[in-house]
Design a protein around this ligand. Structure first.
Ligand code: GLA
Length: 344
């Protein structure tokens, strides 16, 4: 019987394919080195005690009936409730959370926390680890139902399925995940914080509003997902639905072209596609901000051959593809594809 377990789940960078996951489209994320660690120790009681080491904060709740709360406490409560709802026979447990991925900054600290919590709880309950897709769905329910952020499955799948030196081509229509080598000799990827924090929980209008607009566009076009719409049909929608739909359709095509450019090891072409994705997120999807644009400018002036905002937008980190000999701006973090979540 496992008495103690330590789980680690990474954050992610999305190379390209933004706001496509909840539209049945394509994305190309990879797991990174930064992430969240959860230590779990089985306890002989019907309570869960949680220590958030980085925040110096605690929570205690009933194993059988966690009540909803806001803030970080929603994550462990949601993890316990959703795993129990999925039929996992959880025992009383003490949890300690610590992390290296900055919160609310577009590197998926939320998904890393959800995945690490679930893996640690499963291990001390002697329960088998579900396959990636059902595990990602449980984690996503924590975010949707307990945290209140209506996000898709991109971040959780990237954190769970990450592979060293490979990005993951995720088709959200079929939910197929295909590793794609991400090696661009003479170049490196960095992210730079715009300094602006975001929250995708329902109180924050931006992300939820874009998602609702995509659903309206889909319904008007009479398709199952917006990714099935044609450019010609989308062009006839009234604005802003027209612009939102054209972003999604164009972004899917850019993901396909990025996979081809990676196959050809063509870094300048990858850079062009990153720039085109950013322009579409700024002008058609309207999720950029002055702080994000200033950060894009810093990376360009440092010599980036491509830059784009990553994640939902409205702040967070900006990705840059830099020639190896270019000097990255102060504070930039080098990122490369790493392995996905694990528990020991
Ligand atoms: C956030 C969400 C993801 C995805 C991206 C945009 O990171 O958590 O599900 O929608 O925004 O691509």
């Amino acid at each position: 019987m496992v008495e103690q377990a330590t789980a680690f789940a990474p954050g992610r960078v999305n190379l390209i394919g933004e706001h496509t996951d909840y539209n049945g489209g394509l994305a190309l994320p990879f797991a990174i080195r930064l992430g969240v660690t959860v230590r779990a120790a089985r306890a002989d009681s019907a309570v869960v005690v949680v220590h958030a080491a980085d925040l110096g904060a605690h929570d205690t709740f009933e194993l059988l009936s966690p009540r909803p709360v806001s803030g970080w406490r929603a994550f462990p409560r949601g993890a316990v409730a959703e795993l129990r709802a999925a039929g996992v026979p959880l025992a009383g447990v003490r949890l300690e959370i610590s992390g290296t991925v900055p919160q609310g900054s577009g590197l998926s600290s939320s998904a890393a926390l959800e995945v690490a919590l679930c893996l640690a709880l499963l291990a001390v309950s002697d329960a088998p680890i579900p396959d990636p897709l059902p595990l990602a769905r449980i984690c996503s329910r924590i975010e949707n139902e307990w945290v209140g952020a209506p996000t898709g499955l991109l971040d959780q799948l990237a954190s769970i399925c990450g592979e060293r030196d490979r990005a993951l081509l995720i088709d959200f229509g079929s939910l197929e995940v295909t590793p794609v080598p991400l090696v661009l000799p003479g170049h490196r990827l960095v992210t730079l914080d715009s300094g602006e924090r975001h929250s995708h929980a329902s109180g924050d209008a931006g992300y939820a509003a874009r998602r609702a607009e995509c659903e309206r566009a889909r319904d008007l076009l009479g398709v199952e997902t917006l990714s099935q719409a044609t450019e010609a049909a989308a062009s006839r929608l009234p604005d802003p639905l027209r612009s939102r739909a054209l972003h999604v359709i164009g972004e899917n095509e850019r993901v396909r072209q990025t996979v081809a450019a990676l196959h050809d090891v063509d870094a300048p072409r990858v850079g062009e596609l990153l720039d085109a994705s950013h322009a579409s997120l700024r002008d058609r999807f309207e999720v950029s901000t002055p702080a994000v644009e200033a950060t894009v400018g810093l990376l360009r002036r440092a010599g980036a051959v491509g830059t784009r905002l990553i994640g939902g937008g409205f702040g967070g980190h900006v990705l840059g593809l830099l020639p190896t000999d270019a000097v990255a701006p102060d504070g930039a973090i080098e990122v490369r594809p790493e392995s996905g979540a694990s528990v020991a």
